[in-house]
Write a new protein. Sequence first.
Length: 344
Amino acid sequence: MKKVAIIGAGQVAEKVHAAYYKTRTQELELVAVVDPDAGRARDFAEQNGFARSYVDAAEMFETEKPDMVSICTPNRFHFDNVMLALSHGAAVMCEKPPAMTANEAQQMRDLAAKQNLVLAYDFHHRFATDMREVKQAYKDGVLGEVYMTKAKALRRSGVPGWGSFTNKALQGGGPLIDIGIHMLDAAMYVLDFPQVKKVTAKMFQKIGTKKSEGTFGTWDPTKYDVEDAVFAFIEFENGGLLQLETSFVLQMKESSVLNVEFFGDEAGATLFPAEIYTDRAGELVTILKKETADEERHAKSMQAFVDRVLGADVMVADAEQGYQVQRLIEAIYESAEKGESVYL
C-alpha cells in the first residue's frame, strides 16, 4: 500500500485528486490532508476518507511519511510544498502551473531527478483520447510539416469569483497562468516541445477592473490586479509559429473557446473534439472526426500519475516539460510587460 496525502483542501483537491484516490483504496492508503484552515482540513478529511488532518505540512511529513502527495494550494505555495515533499521522499502530483517562476520549476525538476522521484503536473487535457489521436497523426506525418498552430483558452465573461484567481501575488497572473497554460501545454505536447526562438506578447486589463460580476461569480474590481487577456506569438527554431490567445473576460461572440488548431502542409487538425481534414484534387476530405471530446481527462491524468508511481511505464506531464512550459509563461509575461520580444 502507498500512503497518500493532499496539501490544500480546496475545490480541485476534492473534485479531482481525492475523488480519484478514493477509487484506488485497494492500493492506496489515504492518510492525511493539510490546510492552514484547521476546520477546513478536518472537514475535508472526514468527507473524503482521509485518516487525519494537519495545518502544518512539515509536521504531516514527519508523522505520516507519505509516498505520494498532491499539491493543490494557490500557485505561490507550489514551490515550497513540492520541494518539501520531494525532500521527504514523496512522489508529487502538482496542480498547474508548476510554480511562479521558471527558476523555481527548474529547481523542482532538479530535485526530483536527484531524488529519483516522480514529479508530475496536472496538465490534464493532454490525457484526452482526442489528444492521443491527433498526436499520433502528427507523429505519423499525416499533417506533414506543421508550420502554424493556434491555441485558444478564452472566456467571454469568466472571471473566477472564488479563490485567489484575481490576486497576482498569490497566482502569478490571470488567464495565461490559469487556463492559457493548459492549451499551451497541449500544443507543445503534440509538437514534441520544439526549441523556442522568440516570444512576442501583449496583455490587456480593460474590463476586470470596471466590472464586479460575470458568469463565474463576483469579484472586487478594486483588488483585481491580473490581466483580462493575453495574446502571444511563439516562434520556433524550426520556422514554425504558435499563436496563443487567452482571456478571463473578452467581448467576443462565443461564451468560451478551449481548443488547439494545427495547420500542416498535408492536413490540418483540431483537438477538442479531434478532427483531421485536408483537400484532395479540390475535394474537402475529413480524415478523422469525433463528435464529442473526451471528458475524462482529469481522471486519466490522475490515473497516469498513480500508475507511474506504482511502476508502470506511462506518460505523465513530467518535471522537464513542466519547466519548459513555465519558461514560456514567464517569457510571455516578460514580453508583454516590457513591450518587446524575448529571445530564448
